[in-house]
Design a protein around this ligand. Structure first.
Ligand SMILES: [Zn+2]
Ligand SMILES: [Zn+2]
Length: 145
């Protein structure tokens, strides 16, 4: 192992005030390497790295890492929660209605149609979660041919 200017995963966990366990390190790396993985895929990835881990332990680790801001949870309607390592930039998602694939969309720009809340109910809004729905290129090709 070479010394690296990038903090190691255990150092990041420690920096976020979390206890470092092999399972948490494996989970964080699995989520970062993956692309909006669901619980099952994350569990499989963690098991590949550390051997058996209970689903309960996976949920607890996901909760702790999400609360610490190291990973982000998104929950497109109709599917289970997905997790990703891209945090803190308020990016949005486009979801395929057919196969459920999720892709990142950079922060939406412009006012139309509905990015500014028409009534903020007195809240100081600092985040908007936008999900675009449609068909991914694979699915739209399959349907039209
Ligand atoms: Zn699709
Ligand atoms: Zn994303």
């Amino acid at each position: 192992m070479n010394a690296s200017p990038v903090p190691t995963t255990p150092a990041e966990l420690r920096g976020a005030g979390l206890r470092v366990t092999a399972a948490r390190v494996a989970l964080l790396e699995t989520v970062r390497r993956g692309d909006h993985l669901g619980i099952e895929a994350i569990t499989a990835g963690v098991r590949d790295r550390v051997g058996h881990i209970s689903l309960q332990a996976v949920y607890e680790a996901l909760h702790a890492l999400t609360a610490a801001g190291l990973i982000r949870r998104i929950e497109p309607a109709g599917g289970g929660p997905r997790f990703e390592g891209r945090v803190g930039d308020n990016h949005h998602h486009v979801v395929c209605r057919s196969c459920g694939v999720v892709a990142d969309v950079d922060c939406a720009v412009g006012e139309a149609p509905c990015l500014t809340a028409s009534d903020d109910h007195g809240f100081a809004i600092n985040e908007a979660e936008v999900v675009y729905w449609g068909l991914c290129p694979d699915c739209s090709t399959t349907r039209s041919s």
